[in-house]
Ligand binder design. Structure first.
Ligand code: DLL
Length: 432
């Protein structure tokens, strides 16, 4: 554990720390960010009205569009000269979100990342190959500085060149890899293709995987092939980047570092705060951010939170896996479908590979087609009954998503692989 005194805090002490920080933060944001002063005034509230987290619901929400509206520097609480780093996320609308960090913010983020990397057990002596992209994306530099602070040996390979990644992994005896889960699936496949016997040739123990939604089935596949423990890591650029929440060795949810982030779950349609344990949109308030303090930031990520003590001794509440984003949800002929539900079904069917794509189109009615690759063995099995397989996929999907998409079986390696976040859904209705 990197910071046991904070990580093992009892709920009462954690709440006290949060309330103390929250009051300071509300005053700080009000005094230093004109955007917040205006919002508070419009709502008729003053910082003194927020005495504890029980009053948080009075504070107006912040959304991604607020950041875009103030592009590039508008929501900063410090003069631009105090910013020592910028990151940016491209998003889908074309207008990027720029995020600034003061020196103190970078120190806080590095501590959070050291905690994150240490959470499943990675420690000094481990060798971490950092395959997240270095650059405007927060994954690369976030993991890099956290690992250095923890004392782990970092190999900053960044994304791409899979053959070289595998060679380095073997030659340098990498014990931890950090990348997106979809790239980890690809690495598993490429390792076999290149003739490696991953469990014998590699020394991997920890996989620190995040930046996109993934399923328990994906976890099993990666663990079984690469012979490591695969741990889920959550974060977003607006809240520093990775390092908001991380799974421990028990793999039963991601601990939200609650001394720095206050979390609420809300109804994504009405904004109403939901009782603890109910699934909803995650909303975060940053408790010590200097450059860009965000209050009640709506993430659009949907999840359920557990406040029970974890076997590891931490009380920091756990996200029970992010099931997807409210804006990832597909509405097909009026039925709500999450891509993660489809992945769960596909990955449980033995003859299928790891790669799939969901295409949605509308001629007259909405139409969904799922293209999925066969596994290597299935593709070469002369006795494979493709019709029976198609029927099974169809039946299992209907049981979960209630609609019957068209299924196409593809040969292995026909769907393009991504080095960062995978593109699984192509919704042609959006461009029509
Ligand atoms: O993806 C930061 C990050 C880097 C997290 C490396 C973990 C590891 P953004 O590019 O701003 O930041 O994207 C943030 O990605 O709102 C979620 O929708 C999604 N996301 C991130 N982690 C997870 C996860 C980084 N573990 C957006 N599970 C978030 C599901 C995730 N979705």
């Amino acid at each position: 554990m990197f910071e046991p005194a904070i990580e093992l805090m009892k709920p009462e002490a954690l709440l006290e720390l949060q309330n103390e920080r929250l009051k300071k933060m509300i005053r700080y944001a009000y005094d230093n960010v004109p955007f917040y002063k205006k919002k508070f005034k419009e709502k008729g509230i003053s910082p003194d009205d927020i005495k504890s987290s029980d009053d948080l619901h009075k504070v107006p929400f912040t959304v991604k569009d607020d950041l875009r509206d103030h592009y590039p520097y508008g929501i900063l609480a410090v003069p631009r000269e105090e910013i020592v780093r910028f990151h940016s996320s491209s998003g889908t609308t074309g207008i990027p979100t720029v995020v600034g960090y003061t020196r103190k913010d970078l120190e806080t983020w590095s501590r959070l990342m050291a905690r994150t990397i240490a959470c499943p057990g990675t420690k000094k002596g481990d060798i971490m190959q950092n395959i997240y992209g270095y650059g405007l994306f927060t994954g690369g530099l976030g993991f890099h500085y956290g690992a250095e602070l923890l004392g782990v040996s970092v190999i900053p390979t960044s994304t791409g060149n899979t053959k070289r990644q595998l060679k380095i992994m073997r030659d340098m005896k990498t014990t931890a890899i950090a990348c997106t889960p979809s790239y980890a699936l690809y690495l598993s496949e490429a390792a076999i293709d290149e003739g490696y016997k991953p469990k014998e040739d590699f020394d991997l123990k920890y996989g620190l995987f995040g930046a996109e939604a993934w399923s328990e089935e994906a976890r099993k596949k990666i663990q079984d092939t690469l012979g490591l423990g695969a741990y889920d890591c959550y974060g977003l650029s607006e809240l520093y980047g990775p390092g908001v929440a991380m799974e421990c060795e028990h793999q039963n949810g991601l601990h939200i570092w609650s001394d720095e982030f206050l979390v609420e779950t809300t109804n994504p349609d009405t904004g109403e705060v939901l009782p603890p344990g109910k699934r909803g949109e995650l909303v975060f308030t940053m408790l010590t951010r200097e450059a860009m303090p965000l209050l009640r930031y709506r993430t659009k990520d949907l999840a359920q939170i557990s406040y029970e003590e974890c076997e590891c001794g931490r009380y920091h509440p756990r996200i029970l896996r992010v099931s997807g984003r409210s804006d990832d949800m597909l509405i097909i002929g009026g039925v709500n479908v999450f891509p993660s539900q489809i992945e769960d079904v596909l990955f449980k069917i033995p003859k299928l590979g790891d790669q799939y794509q969901i295409l949605v189109d509308r001629k007259i009615l909405d139409k969904m087609t799922i293209k999925v690759e066969l596994s290597q063995e299935a593709a070469t099995d002369k006795n494979l009954d493709r019709n029976a397989l198609l029927k099974r996929i169809s039946e299992e999907l209907v049981a979960v998503i209630t609609i019957r998409p068209k299924i196409e079986l593809l040969e292995p390696k026909t769907i393009p692989r991504s080095v960062g976040k995978a593109v699984r859904v192509i919704d042609l209705r959006k461009s029509n």
